[in-house]
Design a binder for this molecule. Structure first.
Ligand SMILES: *Cc1c(COP(=O)(O)O)cnc(C)c1O
Length: 227
């Protein structure tokens, strides 16, 4: 058997895309209104290449260093790639993140917003950003608390002047996700934000029903992660 060329992720990607389309139609939404972000963190290289070969162009990573290692070269061969940072970001990595990513989904505190604003100025780049909301108010999870969201949204827009597009959440693992998606949608609407990044392998169809414009799917698309 050949090393990597035999792996075909086209059917798996098609299956996720048709489930997304079905969920959109079932809730009277345009299937084109929700984008699949293929979360490639801790996936082996051959699966990433197979996903590119299947036609996927939008990818999510949760670590700056790992993302740069694996995407810096591939990006040169795929000019239309869109790379999303979906994991927590340390302020000392803000500059690298701004230089590298097209979308930063995990803005969650003023100190980070300030670092990103500085980095944007230094890099002459302005990636799109999302604010992560900790809808379940879980102490171990990043994200701004729902009650602090309006004020933080205003400061990210008006004070730090980042290119804020929407909100992101990761609901608690052992609760029905619907109410969390609904809360995120409500906060976004109240603040005039049009984009919602919500829904993962286990709940992306529910997220689409609640208005997701980006779903972040990893294992259901690629298979189980390594390590
Ligand atoms: C890992 C990860 C995902 C994908 O998770 P799956 O359950 O494998 O689909 C989505 N979003 C974030 C923020 C992640 O860290």
């Amino acid at each position: 058997m050949g090393m990597t060329a035999d792996l075909d992720l086209y059917p798996s990607r098609q299956e996720i895309l048709s489930r997304m389309a079905a969920a959109s139609r079932a809730s009277d939404r345009d299937p084109a209104a929700t984008v699949l972000v293929a979360v490639s963190k801790r996936q082996p290289e051959n699966r990433i290449d197979a996903m590119l070969a299947a036609g996927q162009t939008v990818f999510g990573e949760n670590r700056v260093q790992e993302a740069m290692q694996r995407w810096e070269v591939r990006r040169k061969a795929h000019a239309n790639l869109q790379l999303h940072l979906v994991g927590p970001l340390q302020t000392n990595k803000a500059r690298e993140a701004v230089a590298f990513f097209d979308v930063i989904e995990s803005v969650d505190r003023p100190k980070l917003a300030r670092s990103l604003a500085d980095a944007c100025e230094k890099e002459g780049r302005n990636p799109k950003v999302f604010i992560q909301v900790n809808t379940g108010e879980e102490p171990q999870k990043s994200g701004v608390a729902p009650k602090g969201a309006d004020a933080f949204i205003a400061s990210v827009r008006d004070e730090y002047r980042l290119d804020l597009k929407g909100l992101m959440c990761i609901p608690p693992a052992y609760e029905p996700p619907g109410p969390h998606f609904a809360l995120l949608a409500k906060i976004a609407a109240a603040n005039g934000l049009g984009q919602l990044s919500m829904g993962m392998s286990a709940d992306f169809e529910t997220a689409i029903r609640f208005g997701a414009t980006y779903v972040r799917v990893g294992s259901a698309l690629f298979g189980e992660r390594e390590g």
